[in-house]
Design a protein. Sequence first.
Length: 80
Amino acid sequence: MLKTIRDRHRHTRLMRVANHLVRDAAVTSSDGPGRVTTAQVACLAFARHQLRIDEDEAADYLAAALVARGYSTDHRPATA
């Protein structure tokens, strides 16, 4: 049970990180959320929550945040 709660908190934190970056990019950049990188997601996740994630996981969270806000992920390369 503890692992499930821990996983849920981790997921919530990572989604907040990705959503924050996408939201800020939409407001502050003419390029919009397309300029957000997986490296930014990974760096902010570590800076805010001391969570280390790899590029694939960062790409998943970034894609989820983009889709949740109505943006396309067509420009993003597919991960294996």
